[in-house]
Design a protein around this ligand. Structure first.
Ligand code: 7ML
Ligand code: ZN
Length: 864
């Protein structure tokens, strides 16, 4: 029995030991029942190596019913059951253990292990949820084949699903039925899944490159099949893409996706049976935005790509999580870039990295992409492991080139198919296949913190020579050794021509910065040039450069690379906002004027170019965050631009509104830019014009993208119109929580005197459910992330609201609590009184009885 005084224990990468026993096969039976599901597991166990240690199986919240070894019931002195383990003292080298236990899915609000989502049973086992289903060696380096039998009432649960192939079904007495599934691929238990429920099914078929037929099935709540078409289409495109780009085919005869409403994460790659948060499956034009469509495409791809990067080759231990996640995010990013606008995809990825990952890497929970110390594994499904992890893979791709990278992937699968391996194994395959030494590069795997690169340059007119000096440092971890930083570089002339960078005539070149300071010389540069550094964001670093404002605007205007243009615009706006310097306002304005007049090409990119950096991104550029100061500067810039450009904005709006294109990709761009223009306009003093446009857009449009765009603009411009439209939305969509999340999210971002009382009222709204993580993230999550002035109120009431919510979730769903605590963790970076107030809330949390390991780990780190 653990007592409340036991502190959660940390695990260290350096202590890794291979398992004392392995399980080669499991025969699992679940008799499903709300309050007492009976689980029977027959485990084929084998001792590993020469030792006589007891067998220690993991288990959590389980009630043991019986245990027998090779057919003989164990005596009570042959085993011990604790809160966390079932220990069997003496086992033969090879044996079969039969364990029966009970669990209560309905009482499980943590959404980990076996639980009920509305009327359906479902599971989530990554990282360590399988131990909440049965006693097992719950670690990824134990790979077993599975035979699963599911028994349930047929009327309530017509579909009984698990991994692999369906081998038998049948009826039983009293209205029960069963299904038996067999998964031929050995897998760690975190990839196990079981689903039982009543669904509608969308079916399709995919023929692989080697002409095998795969049955595709998407299971959704009844009445929702028509909203699964886009997910199905995304799945087929993902399958084709992986064949074309990596030569990887799907390996089972059936691929199933089940969408559920209660889910902690985005989705889960269980072998042959993915589980998805319904947010990442369900979409139609009326109820989902273009952004939602994009999200679905990328999450479907992500989970599909895991079949090779994660499932066929898995992780040796959880410290290696980035082995599968960083790589799979890189793969889904490349897929999305190939499906749509590469530049816009890159912009959105980098925007996310800068606003989320940079702050994580500068805060108390900073960790390398391969962490070395973990208390609660669920706390390490982070922007660092995923998104910085993907950047590290991308740098390998940049250093090796596509063809060597592909050779490295081929070698990785040739060596490690069917194994549980480490990040080092991956890098080794890349090094061996390419012949490129990656020893120093590996520092990215064990050094945390965002490097800052300083750049300066000098042009020598007489020598026609440009000298570029680069240096690197790490402000959060000054003791770090220099990283290998690929610097993709291009030159443009002051009148916008791109200049060949070397004698081969290349437009861009990758420099390798791998020392503290280096200089690079470029000859035969005939006239002064502007260097465009870190093209495509070739490394996850901060850049400090003494480039004149006007040169930044030239890059925005002339650079070939859409990402480079956006990045220069962001740098320019950042300077304006942080210095309050308005000397270049006229140039800024003319640039936007030019943009708004040229409504062809990549309109989504234009929408991004018009995006002013938000406070999260700017916070990473200052030593001390003064929320009200920064936010008022952001608002001031938006207002000035909106007023100066109102005529052009209104004109552009009408042109876009009249666009009669039939091309869906063009229309996505039109809608994105139209919404952006309307939103910027909402900051101007043209209140009547904007209200009229917003109202018309809301009432006349039949896409959620446009309706939500109208709501956002109305929220900024006109309180009573906003209330009127929100009322309409509520009436129309109140039956569907997923759609209402947009509505909750909008109200959570309203900044007025009633914000806090409104938030409380909304928590008892008929569409709200405090046990559903999507609802909580829509309301509380949007409030804490995107309502800076109310969340950071100087009276501390915004923080207090979050703390109460964390205390509630600490009991029911600690994983969701642990994600929501994020903004409090960087308290040290804020000015007073916020700093002190946030610290007080953390202190309050640290004194909560039964603080979950999830929150404990973060609160302790933040306060120390
Ligand atoms: C990332 C996932 C988890 C956690 C999904 C859960 C997953 C673990 C799971 C990118 C795209 C979609 C989902 C996720 C994500 C946090 C993020 N194995 O597949 O990685
Ligand atoms: Zn993943």
């Amino acid at each position: 029995m653990t007592t409340t005084h036991d502190l959660p224990q940390a695990k260290y990468l350096k202590d890794y030991q291979s398992p004392d026993y392995t399980i080669s096969h499991i025969d699992l039976e679940a008799r499903l029942d709300d309050m007492s599901t009976q689980v029977t597991a027959i485990l084929d166990i084998e001792r590993q190596g020469n030792h006589q240690k007891p067998l220690m199986l993991d288990g959590s919240d389980l009630e043991l019913i019986s245990i027998s070894l090779d057919g003989i019931a164990l005596m009570s002195d042959q085993y011990v059951v604790s809160e966390t383990h079932l220990t069997v003292y003496s086992v033969p080298d090879k044996c079969q253990l039969r364990i029966v236990n009970q669990i209560s899915p309905v009482q499980n609000k943590s959404l980990e292990g076996l639980y009920k989502s509305d009327g359906a049973f479902c599971t989530q086992c990554e990282a360590e949820g399988f131990r909440r289903i049965t006693y097992y060696l719950d670690r990824p380096d134990v790979l077993a084949t599975y035979h699963t039998t599911i028994v349930a009432k047929e009327s309530e649960y017509p579909y009984l699903l698990s991994n692999g192939n369906l081998v038998e079904t049948g009826s039983l007495e009293q209205g029960y039925h069963y299904a038996k599934w067999e998964d031929p691929f050995p897998k760690p238990c975190y990839l196990f899944a079981l689903v039982a429920g009543n669904f509608d099914k969308l079916s399709d078929e995919f023929v692989t490159a080697s002409q095998r037929q795969v049955q595709l099935e998407i299971y959704v709540d009844q009445g929702n099949v028509s909203r699964a078409e886009h997910a199905m289409d995304s799945l087929k495109r993902s399958m084709r893409w992986d064949e074309e780009v990596y030569g990887l085919e799907y390996d089972l005869d059936r691929y199933m996706i089940v969408a559920v409403d209660f889910f902690n994460m985005g989705a889960m790659e269980n072998k042959g049976l993915n589980l998805f948060n319904s947010k990442y499956v369900l979409a139609d034009k009326k109820s989902a935005t273009d952004t939602d469509y994009h999200g679905i495409e990328s999450v479907i791809a992500h989970e599909y790509f895991h079949n090779w990067t994660g499932n066929r080759v898995t992780c040796r231990d959880w410290f290696q999580l980035s082995l599968k996640e960083g790589l799979t995010v890189f793969r889904d990013q490349e897929f999305s870039a190939d499906m749509g606008s590469r530049a816009v995809n890159r912009i959105q990825q980098v925007d996310l990295l800068r606003s989320r990952q940079f702050s994580e890497d500068a805060g108390p929970m900073a960790h390398p992409i391969r962490p070395e110390k973990v208390i609660e594994m669920n706390n390490f499904y982070t922007a660092t492991v995923y998104d910085k992890g993907a950047e590290v893979i991308r740098m390998i791709h940049t250093l090796l080139g596509q063809s060597n990278f592909r050779k490295g992937m081929d070698l990785y699968f040739e060596r490690h198919d069917g194994q549980a391996v480490t990040c080092d194994d991956f890098v080794q395959a890349m090094q061996d296949a390419s012949g490129i030494d990656l020893e120093q590069f590996k520092r990215w795997y064990f050094q945390a913190g965002t490097p800052t690169v300083s750049a300066s340059w000098k042009y020598d007119v007489d020598q026609n020579q440009l000298t570029l000096s680069l240096s690197q440092r790490n402000d959060s971890f000054p003791e770090n050794k220099p990283s290998v930083i690929p610097v993709k570089l291009q030159f443009i002339s002051e009148d916008g021509q791109s200049i060949a960078i070397n004698t081969q005539g290349d437009q861009s070149q990758v420099l390798i910065l791998n020392e503290s300071t280096q200089t690079f010389q470029f000859d035969r540069i005939e006239s002064p040039v502007i260097p465009v550094l870190f093209e495509g964001f070739s490394a996850p670093v901060k850049l400090e450069q003494t480039i004149p404002e006007l040169d930044l605007l030239r890059i925005v205007q002339y650079a070939q690379d859409g990402f480079a243009r956006w990045d220069a615009m962001q740098s320019f706006c950042t300077r304006v906002i942080l210095t309050g310097e308005l000397s270049y306002f006229d140039e800024h304005k003319s640039l936007y004027q030019a943009l708004l007049q040229k409504l062809d090409g990549d309109l989504e990119l234009y929408a991004e170019l018009l995006e002013i950096p938000d406070i999260q991104t700017l916070a990473e550029q200052v030593d001390e965050i003064d929320v009200f100061q920064i936010q008022s500067q952001i608002d001031a810039l938006k207002e000035s631009l909106a007023n100066a450009l109102s005529k052009e904005l209104i004109e552009a709006y009408h042109l876009l509104n009249d666009d009669k294109s039939q091309d869906e990709r063009r229309l996505v761009g039109v809608r994105a830019l139209k919404n952006q223009v309307l939103l910027l306009l909402a900051h101007s003093s043209e209140q009547d014009a904007i209200s009229e446009l917003a109202k018309l857009q809301y009432t006349s449009s039949d896409t959620m993208t446009e309706q939500l765009g109208a709501l956002k603009a109305a929220k900024v411009a006109n309180t009573s119109l906003f209330a009127e439209l929100m009322k309409d939305f509520d009436t129309r969509w109140q039956h569907d929580g997923l759609i209402m999340d947009k509505w909750f999210g909008l109200y959570a971002q309203v900044d007025d005197d009633d914000t806090l009382s409104r938030l409380e009222k909304l928590q008892s709204h008929r569409s709200y459910n405090p046990d559903n993580p999507n609802r909580v993230r829509a309301l509380i999550g949007q409030f804490i992330m995107n309502n800076p002035k109310q969340f950071h109120r100087p009276d501390g009431k915004g923080y207090a609201l979050l703390t109460s919510e964390l205390i509630r979730l600490n009991e029911s769903n600690p994983q969701v609590a642990s994600r929501l605590i994020t903004p409090l963790l960087s308290w040290k970076k804020y000015s007073q009184p916020q700093k002190k107030l946030m610290q007080m809330e953390l202190q309050r949390l640290s004194e909560v009885d039964n603080l979950s390991p999830d929150l404990y780990e973060k609160v302790e780190a933040a306060l120390s």
